[in-house]
Design a protein around this ligand. Structure first.
Ligand code: ZN
Length: 270
């Protein structure tokens, strides 16, 4: 086994606070395309400007028509959580991992069984009314768009506010609460893992620096990232293989076999 994984597993078992930041690389194996790079959505006929908050405000009908296409492209082929999501849920179940902070909006960590989750960029499966804050399923909003009613509006009687996907659009700030807890996790963790993020998009790109200033930083990626130079542990490879291997190494180092239920699945079941 990779020496870095063994050393990291020992550190995780000894640590008090452990959190992880995940990016698009974690969901790629589940059929969610990345935004950038070869095969990325922005190189595939979609224009980021169409999904800017200014577009939503000035042309909500056009925004939702384009958002429908984007949603189908992003989530139409999703096969559910993969071994990387399941491995992180398992680490939480084992009492080793405290929080997953994700840049992804696909909901796959929750589906895999992760309970303590910070979704920095929101949840694409939900939409909210900009007038009253009512939350509805994006699928219901998209059904309206498919039926020719764009923009979709709030189901609350007498409201009629426009619905907006519950994600951070271009031109919008991250939720202060979500970003605040992500920063706190980065600053207070003994070990901070980053998985499948190129770490180039601010402000999430600054979290590894805050983490490395306080504790240890582990970077998991198939390729180089912008923060490799800060990493105490550098694990190259597909997260669907490296994270289950980490779980195995952690389990081998736990003092006693931890008895837990099957909820959320385990890497072995995959
Ligand atoms: Zn409303």
């Amino acid at each position: 086994m990779d020496e870095q994984l063994v050393a990291l597993a020992e550190s995780l078992v000894a640590a008090d606070g452990v959190s992880v930041l995940t990016g698009a690389g974690v969901s790629n194996a589940s059929g969610v395309p990345t935004f950038r790079g070869d095969g990325g959505i922005w190189n595939d006929g979609f224009d980021p400007a169409d999904f800017h908050v200014d577009r939503f405000e000035s042309d909500p009908a056009g925004f939702w028509t384009d958002r429908h296409e984007l949603h189908e492209r992003m989530f139409g082929e999703v096969t559910g959580p993969n071994d990387a999501h399941r491995a992180l849920a398992r680490l939480e179940e084992l009492g080793v991992l405290d929080v997953v902070v994700t840049q992804n909006t696909d909901g796959l960590h929750r589906e895999a069984g992760t309970n303590r989750l910070v979704e920095l960029h929101g949840d694409a499966a939900r939409s909210v009314c900009v007038a009253c804050g009512e939350s509805v399923s994006t699928e219901a909003a998209l059904d309206d768009v498919r039926a020719g009613t764009a923009p979709p509006t709030c189901p609350t009687v007498g409201c009629e506010g426009h619905l907006k996907p519950d994600v951070v659009l271009y031109g919008e700030d991250l939720s202060a609460a979500a970003y605040g807890s992500a920063r706190r996790m980065a600053r207070e963790s003994d070990v901070f893992l980053v998985v499948g993020s190129s770490l180039t998009v601010a402000p999430a790109s600054t979290l590894p620096e805050e983490a490395a200033a306080r504790g240890e930083l582990a970077v998991f990626d198939v390729a180089e990232t912008a923060k490799d130079h800060l990493a105490d542990y550098l694990v190259r490879g597909d997260a669907t293989e490296t994270l289950p291997a980490l779980v195995e190494a952690v389990q081998a180092r736990l003092p006693n076999e931890v008895t837990v239920g099957d909820a959320g699945g385990t890497a072995q079941e995959a």
